[in-house]
Structures are given as C-alpha cells and as structure tokens.
Design a binder for this molecule. Sequence first.
Ligand code: HPA
Length: 261
Amino acid sequence: MTLGEPRVGVVLGSGLGAVADAVEDPIVVGYDDLPGFPRPSVSGHAGRAVLGSIGGVRVAVLQGRAHLYEGGDSDAIRAPVRALRSAGASILILTNAAGSLRPAVGPGSLMAITDHINLSGVNLLMGPNDPSVGPRFPSLRDAYDPALVELLRQSSREVGVSLSEGVYLAVSGPSFETPAEIRAFRTLGADAVGMSTVHETIVARHCGLRVAAVSVITNLAEGMTDEPLSHSQTLRAAEAGAGDLTRLLLAFLPRLSDADR
Ligand code: HPA
C-alpha cells in the first residue's frame, strides 16, 4: 500500500487519535501494510494511516508514531516522514502530548511550537547521508515555519481556542523528568517538555518538508504539582485536549491550500 497523494501529513500524538475522525472519505491503511512504518507499542497509539481530505486539503493522518524509548528503531521514526515526502506532501503537522513548564499554561491547553531544544541525546540524521534526500548539514533556523505558526494563530482566533507559543524541549524518556531537570530546562528556555517530535522535525526539514507542530499540554511538568506523573494521566488529559486540537486543525488545514503555493 502507499499513502496516496497527500499534500499534508499529520502525525497524531498520544491520546490524540480523535483528529482522524475528521477525515472525509477516509481510507484506512494499517502500518503493517506500509513498508518501514512502526508497530506502535504504546497505548494511545493506534498504528494506522487515515487517508482522505479535511477542509478540501488532501491529508494523510498518521495515528501512532515510534519513540526512541521503544527500543531505538530510529528507521521507524524516519520512514513515515520520508514516505510522506515521497508521496508528494509538502507540509508536515506534528502533534504531541507534553508537560508544561509554565504554571499559567495548564492541562488541556494547546501550544504552538516555535522552536525546540533537542536533549534526547540523538540526532536521527547521524550516519551516512544520502544527498538525494537532503543535505549533510541542514539548517534548523525557522524549523517551525513562521508562516504556518501565523496561520495557526489566525485559526485559533477563528475558532476561539486559546493557543500559547513556546519552545519544546525533547528528552528520550521513558522515565518522566526529575524536578531538578525541570528547573534546569526552564533556565534553558523551555516552555514544554516531551519525548517526541524533534526527530520528525529534523528528518522533515532535511528532506524539505515545511513543519508546524502543536503540543497538547497534558500536565504541569514534574515537581510543579503535588501529583506524580503517569501515562494514564497523559492519556486522560490528551483526550480532553483533542477536541480543541481537532477544532484548531479543522480551521488550519483549509488555510494551507493558499499557503502551499
Ligand atoms: N514529560 C515528558 N513527556 C511528556 C510529559 C512530561 O511531563 N507529559 C506528556 N508527555
């Protein structure tokens, strides 16, 4: 099977699968049928692609992604991004569940990622470079496309969903952070912390995809509340935020028909 001819790829994070319900005339393809795609092992990740259109824009919505903490199969992170590019997509929208480092940006809220700090310890472009895919040393300036961030802003105003903006810091996981790490990350300039997204962004920029990314804040980061963190809390809060994310993306995607020229 292939991904058809999408113009936009959308990767859904933990607990955010509801966005796929918005795809019109959907064709569902299991990752089993897509070469190189991951076999998700984390609950909240379905492992299927939903192909169709949203607001008149052809999309491939990927429900489920691989994470480094699942065992280091970094091909399973690269393959879907490059498959979208090969299928003709020009824009990649990444979503994730993340912890907030800002007390005022609480669970259930959305944050547009404007830049990232990769503290996962890995860069998925390490190893031999195929120059037909992208350059050896790609720039990550404006990795999160400023024009797409502006369209996210406009879309959030249109649908009345509040959208903060900030820097996403990636760790490898799977343990959550210590309170001391969170204090350090705040000093470094991070607004949110999570275990995904930066790798897909790097691979996407390398092969020429424009990137927009939105975090659904599922919790205040470790040490900021009395409650220790858990994955079940992440999934509950992600499902609560998925409604707003869907509304935001339903307003955002139609705007891409002009932005993409
Ligand atoms: N830390 C790391 N990853 C996360 C968090 C967090 O607090 N919340 C959701 N994903």
